[in-house]
Design a protein around this ligand. Structure first.
Ligand code: GRF
Length: 217
């Protein structure tokens, strides 16, 4: 049973998917603390409803990013966290923070990295005319959305998609792959080797593929 600390800034649907996976037994884990940099975040309500401790840490109260991050790290250590899950946390964590939790910080990003890192990426994917986008769970390194990739899921993108439509299509998969990435971590099946994450006992799907538009269209 691992302890997870989840960092949020917004609605917290990914937090909810992790809470649900813990409650159903799919994940042998417990969210022990939720930290938000935004006291209006709906994610805080979700934590409260699930009986999970939460803390709000606001940037105005700290002279620097490192001071802010050290406060967050202190809270996470207080709650004995084994894994830090960034779930819609709208801040870039400092190298000092990363060093406190080596190989133990994950993030979810709503695109197929390394394409479209950063912000506003669903609209960027639509505007670029890509046929697929998706989501990525990766370990956090010192870059922005550059860390070793654990799991990705792909969805089709259509030229007439709106940002909202694509967001929902991707979000449905985010809610599946984040708990899965955490399960693999909890089972001790993830090993970081340079840029790659090796998954022990991973099944291969040699014959699986996606084509958009379909070959018969
Ligand atoms: C998700 O799209 C996630 O990929 C991105 O921020 C969003 C958070 O959504 N990092 P929620 O707060 O989990 O609903």
């Amino acid at each position: 049973m691992i302890h997870i600390g989840v960092l949020v800034s917004g609605s917290g649907t990914n937090l909810q998917s992790i809470i649900n996976a813990c409650a159903s037994g799919e994940l042998n884990a417990r969210v022990t603390i939720v930290v938000s940099d935004n006291m209006e975040a709906y994610a805080l309500k979700r934590a409260e409803q699930a009986g999970i401790h939460s803390r709000v840490v606001t940037k105005e109260d700290f002279p620097s990013r490192v001071d802010f991050d050290m406060e967050v790290a202190r809270i996470l250590k207080d709650f004995d966290v084994d894994l830090v899950a960034l779930a819609g946390f709208m801040r870039i964590v400092t190298p000092e923070f990363i060093r406190k939790f080596p190989g133990r910080i994950m993030n979810i990003h709503p695109a197929l990295l390394p394409s479209f890192p950063g912000l506003g990426v669903r609209q960027k994917a639509i505007d670029h005319g890509v046929r697929f986008s998706g989501c990525t769970v990766h370990f956090v390194d010192e870059g922005v959305d550059t860390g070793p990739i654990i799991i990705q899921a792909a969805v089709p993108v259509y030229p007439d998609d709106t940002e909202e439509i694509l967001k929902d299509r991707i979000l449905r998969l985010e809610h599946k792959i984040y708990p899965k990435a955490i399960q693999l971590f909890e089972q001790g099946r993830l090993k970081i080797e340079g840029r790659k994450v090796i998954i022990k006992g991973m099944k291969k799907q040699e014959d699986s593929y996606l084509v958009n538009p379909p070959l018969d269209s």
